[in-house]
Design a protein around this ligand. Structure first.
Ligand code: M6R
Length: 574
């Protein structure tokens, strides 16, 4: 959700910042902008739409200091005025901001400014900064005390002072060749530096004379240790026209890498969790919630009571906490606000928390302190594919580790990884399915979870109204919607639920609905055949054609699968 890139030094800052924003574009792609110093004046350029629109406007600019932003709209529509950076009233200060100022209305009233240039909370924040006394650093520190909410900010004034501040939203800073760069995601820094610093909550930084000085919320200087940059393995990346396609195709390799990293058991033995936990609860959002559901199935299979919760529901629920339970927070980004809020809440209550993330230095990792990494590599497409598969796989391996069956299953897993099939879906089938007005996904147990994920993928990038339902529930209401305009895509990978699911499909056909069965079993229904592996591994196999289905329909309709409308990769607001 919104990306920040700021840069200063003996370098072409505007160029570096726009290049950084292009890498951060997955975080929001409504509009973008930069603020920079030119002839001792603070200037701003903005453009609605993709970063390339901004790039055209700034390609000839040269400045030694710049701050930039790529936006996912929260407050105020997608307009140039609402795009960041935002000037203060006097235009002496410019700010880029990721996060939400929850009390912006109240602060706005107190500021008594007659004309506002935008509808954003950020413009309120930058004016609050301007009204404070002292240096730019002192101003942001005192303004932030009045702010309720989250922020990662980079602020530049007309004298070229550059300061940073952080609460909840991510912000990293590093020395690069000939200068200093601050970013929302360390991926931008890859290849530019070996070390970086993570700003903690309510920490600030001042960039002065080629040095970075860190401060706490009271303005007291603090010493921070740098962290080693993770090596992003770009070699394994498959370059297709879209990130989503490359990422689906990478699944086989990243499952192998993940297995290699977990095979010796060290990563599991490093985490702290109750010996044979009495319960394992998983908390997540969106696609990560679906992998949490699969995880809960795995833990129940080894005899541990387990439940998956939607983070935004869990937070305000009355769940009974258990000191002997393990709470796993599943998140690709490790930045999702709802998941983070739950992790903070449970950490405060001294529960045993574990982060399962794909982002090594994420905020969620910092909160939990206890981490199981997925090794999916950077996932750029908003629609999560390879990261989902990796999460499911790690949860499966973890269940084997807890039950002491890891070694026993080694051969089976190795065979699975060698043969792992990336089953694509035929063009004729895609053409046929895309003609239906209503697309339902059904399944039972683990296949129902795959149905949920398949439906989410489809609606997310094709904008087709679709939903998933446990197949036994069809006749309890949804069957009323079935007619010749409907297709029901059923997933069936388990012997024990097969016959019942087949009967459900007959019920659909009897109402003139069409059917496509994705299965490893023999059947007379129109079907897409997938190979057979041990049942617990089948969710990894059956999701692939469903991801391809969403992708192909999206392409057929002429949409960009990497940048679905209204969405962003990291959802850092609740
Ligand atoms: O980064 P996270 O895994 O915490 O993100 C959670 C969801 O926002 C995410 O999975 C979302 O549902 C995906 N865009 C779906 O493809």
């Amino acid at each position: 959700m919104c990306g920040i890139c700021a840069c200063t030094g003996n370098l072409n800052a505007v160029k570096l910042v726009t290049e950084g924003l292009k890498i951060l574009e997955y975080r929001g792609y409504d509009s973008a902008g930069v603020a920079y110093i030119e002839n001792e004046n603070l200037k701003v350029e903005k453009a609605v739409g993709e970063i390339c629109n901004l790039e055209k406007k700034v390609e000839n600019l040269v400045s030694f200091t710049a701050i930039g932003h790529t936006r996912w709209a929260t407050h105020g529509g997608v307009t140039e005025n609402n795009a960041h950076p935002h000037f203060s009233f006097s235009k002496n200060i410019a700010m880029v901001h990721n996060g939400i100022v929850e009390n912006y209305k109240e602060l706005k009233e107190k500021l008594e400014i007659d004309t506002w240039r935008s509808q954003t909370d950020t413009e309120v924040f930058v004016n609050l900064v301007e009204k404070e006394n002292g240096t730019l650093l002192e101003k942001i520190i005192s303004a932030s005390r009045k702010v309720i909410g989250s922020f990662a900010v980079a602020i530049l004034d007309e004298k070229g002072n550059l300061v940073l501040g952080k609460r909840e939203s991510p912000l990293y800073v590093a020395k690069i060749k000939n200068g200093i760069m601050a970013v929302s995601d360390t991926y931008v820094l890859s290849g530019l530096t070996e070390n970086f610093y993570t700003l903690g909550d309510n920490e600030f930084a001042e960039i002065k004379n080629d040095e970075i000085y860190f401060y706490d919320k009271n303005g007291k200087k603090i010493i921070k240790n740098s962290e080693k940059m993770q090596k992003f393995d770009k070699k394994s990346t498959i370059f297709e026209k879209t990130h989503m396609k490359s990422e689906i195709l990478e699944t086989k390799n990243i499952l192998k890498t993940t297995y290699k990293n977990y095979q010796d058991g060290n990563l599991f033995s490093q985490i702290i969790f109750p010996n044979r936990p009495k319960e394992i609860n998983l908390i997540a959002c969106g696609t990560a919630y679906h992998s949490a559901l699969q995880g809960a199935e795995y833990f129940k299979k080894i005899g541990i009571p387990s439940h998956a919760y939607i983070a935004s529901e869990f937070r305000y629920g009355n769940e009974i906490l258990n000191k002997n339970a393990l709470y796993i927070f599943v998140s690709q980004s490790g930045e999702t606000a709802d998941t983070i809020a739950c992790a903070k809440m449970l950490k405060e209550k001294k529960m045993c928390c574990l982060a399962l993330t794909n982002t090594p230095n994420s905020y969620l990792n910092q909160i939990c302190g206890n981490v199981l990494p997925t090794f999916a590599g950077k996932e750029i497409a908003v629609a999560s594919t390879k990261a989902y598969s990796c999460q499911v796989f790690v949860l499966y391996l973890f269940s084997l580790y807890i039950s002491g069956k890891f070694q026993e299953k080694e051969k089976e897993i190795e065979n699975f990884l060698v043969k792992f099939p990336l089953v694509d879906i035929d063009k004729n089938v895609v053409d046929k399915i895309s003609k239906f007005e209503k697309i339902f996904f059904i399944g039972r147990r683990q296949d129902y979870i795959t149905a949920l994920e398949s439906s989410l993928k489809l609606k997310e990038i094709t904008y087709i109204n679709s939903f998933a339902i446990a197949s036994g529930e069809l006749k309890h209401g949804t069957l009323a919607l079935i007619d010749e305009k409907s297709i029901v895509i059923a997933i069936c990978t388990e012997e024990k639920t097969k016959e019942k699911l087949f009967s459900n499909l007959e019920e659909v056909k009897a109402r003139n609905g069409s059917v496509l069965l994705v299965t490893n079993f023999e059947t007379n229904f129109d079907n897409l055949k997938i190979p057979t592996f041990p049942p617990s591994l089948m969710p990894l196999v059956s999701i692939i054609p469903m991801q391809f289905l969403a992708l192909h329909i999206c392409e057929k309709l002429g949409y960009n699968p990497d940048k679905p409308k209204n969405l962003a990769k990291s959802v850092t607001v609740e």
